[in-house]
Design a protein around this ligand. Structure first.
Ligand SMILES: Cc1cc2nc3c(=O)[nH]c(=O)nc-3n(C[C@H](O)[C@H](O)[C@H](O)COP(=O)(O)OP(=O)(O)OC[C@H]3O[C@@H](n4cnc5c(N)ncnc54)[C@H](O)[C@@H]3O)c2cc1C
Length: 446
């Protein structure tokens, strides 16, 4: 049997592509997912009986593709708790901090630069070459900014980008800003956290779609080799459980994961170059600490702590509705070469920091869970799109189909690429491309 389409990867992007295929009336398709679950970089964890997001969690009101999907699936969202004081740990002590307004000079300067970078082809920007040769840190050094601005910019952008400013190529950042609505989109200082969480966890999106697709989703099926992708004849897709054939293949994953698969014939140099240039090893850890109640709220605290160069980068109150417990998340962006820290040590350092800001009650959580994405074979840390040359040298290969392979995943989206919203958009786009390409084959050759 030859499938019309095989979707490789059951993250939000692949599941959304499969959902579109089904809604188009196509029946002859299959999703192959490496893990024993769908959802990819979204993950439901249970902490003292409370559902928390081990992966992606925040959605903001500008992210219309994910908001539409949530609406269609009947999935509710709840607002981020943001009432009360925020803290920063500076010099070992917790201090109340007021959100600083973004520096208008920096915002205007960068928005003017963003205006010259197109979402479709950032490599064609007039200054693409110059900006490809410069890091964000080097650019900031030329801007004559005060220390406070430099610090808020560093915190906001390092959290949003999961990389030190010295490793972010300016051209790539400007594209990311273009894709997310300008300077204020990706990580404007003091723009705060995005605003909504998903009731039941972000992974309920993929779980809901998987339940609807039934046996069209094959779990624990890591694709190891893709042959004859350039046709004619069907593409062969190998997994340890057997080989399937398809007319079209949607690769719904980032380039760094796609590069772990063997291709015959080999992929062209441009696409291989793209895979090799994506930096895949930046670590992102999330922890959730559960308490009997959100006691920090009684003390007038929002739950947010910013800790430049600390054990974690930022914390927030992510207590879902319907529980008396209180839940604090931390996001940890670790340098690649940092030795992994044990759960016990991370817990001890985290609650000690919470105690500095919120008092002794913080030393008595009822549960503490951690998720380290660098340890996940089918995620491999955060897929960074910051390396020099990624767009300038290999950008045209990012979305261009190759033979019968169609590239999907959040990284291919023109908008909110790298985010859940981009994953939904990348899925829509890949499904449309596959359907159009199948339709084209029905047109008789003249
Ligand atoms: C800790 C963390 C926090 C985040 N927070 C947010 C947030 O708050 N808001 C937001 O918008 N975004 C956030 N993101 C980003 C968001 O999670 C991603 O943009 C999105 O989930 C990507 O979806 P995807 O389907 O494109 O890719 P993935 O989720 O990576 O899906 C790829 C799928 O392919 C599978 N796969 C890999 N290799 C193979 C193979 N060989 N064969 C078969 N299957 C394979 C994987 O198992 C996976 O299921 C966060 C990411 C992380 C890691």
């Amino acid at each position: 049997m030859v499938y019309d389409v095989v979707v490789v990867g059951g993250g939000v992007s692949g599941m959304n592509a499969a959902r579109d295929l089904k809604r188009s009336g196509l029946d002859n398709f299959l999703v192959l997912e490496a893990r024993d679950r769908v959802g990819g970089r979204t993950l439901i964890q249970h902490a003292d009986g409370v559902i928390v997001d081990g992966g992606a969690t925040w959605v903001n009101p500008n992210q219309t593709a994910i908001l539409d999907l949530l609406h269609e699936l009947g999935i509710e969202r709840f607002e981020q708790y943001a009432t009360g004081d925020s803290f920063a740990i500076l010099g070992g002590e917790a201090q109340k901090v007021k959100p600083a307004a973004p520096n208008p000079h920096l915002a205007d300067t960068m928005d003017a630069m963003v205006a010259t970078v197109s979402a479709e082809a950032p490599w064609e920007a007039p200054n693409a070459k110059e900006w490809n040769g410069m890091t964000f840190q080097q650019f900031l050094d030329t801007q004559d900014l005060d220390q406070a601005t430099l610090m808020t910019t560093k915190i906001a952008f390092e959290i949003a980008s999961c990389a030190p400013l010295s490793e972010i190529t300016l051209l790539n950042l400007l594209f990311a800003m273009r894709a997310t609505g300008g300077f204020a989109g990706i990580g404007a200082p003091a723009s705060g956290l995005p605003q909504y969480h998903i009731v039941g966890g972000m992974a309920s999106i993929s779980n809901r779609i998987a339940a609807d697709l039934g046996d069209k989703v094959r779990l624990s099926s890591p694709v190891t080799k893709i042959s004859n992708w350039d046709g004619p004849g069907p593409v062969r897709i190998e997994t340890p459980n057997g080989t399937v054939e398809a007319r079209k293949v949607i690769m719904a994953m980032g380039g760094s994961l796609a590069s772990q698969i063997a291709y015959e014939p080999e992929l062209p140099a441009m696409r291989k170059g793209l895979h090799d240039t994506i930096d895949r090893n930046h670590c992102l850890i999330k922890t959730h600490t559960v308490y009997e109640r959100p006691f920090w709220r009684d003390r007038g605290a929002s739950g947010q702590i910013i800790w430049p160069d600390g054990l974690f980068n930022i914390s927030a109150d992510v207590t879902p509705p319907g529980t008396d417990k209180g839940v604090l998340v931390t996001l940890v962006r670790s340098p690649r070469d940092e030795a992994p820290m044990s759960l016990e040590d991370r817990k001890a350092g985290t609650i000690e920091a919470f105690a500095k800001a919120f008092g002794e009650e913080a030393l008595h959580p009822t549960d503490f869970v951690m998720q380290d994405w660098l340890q996940e074979e089918y995620t491999k840390g955060v897929e960074d799109l910051w390396s020099p040359g990624l767009y300038l040298d290999y950008g045209p290969a990012l979305r261009a189909p190759l033979g019968n392979i169609i590239w999907g995943g959040t990284e291919t989206s023109l908008f909110w690429c790298g985010f859940i919203d981009g994953a939904v958009r990348g899925g829509h786009q890949a499904a449309l491309t596959a359907l159009a390409s199948l339709a084209e084959e029905l047109v008789p050759a003249s």
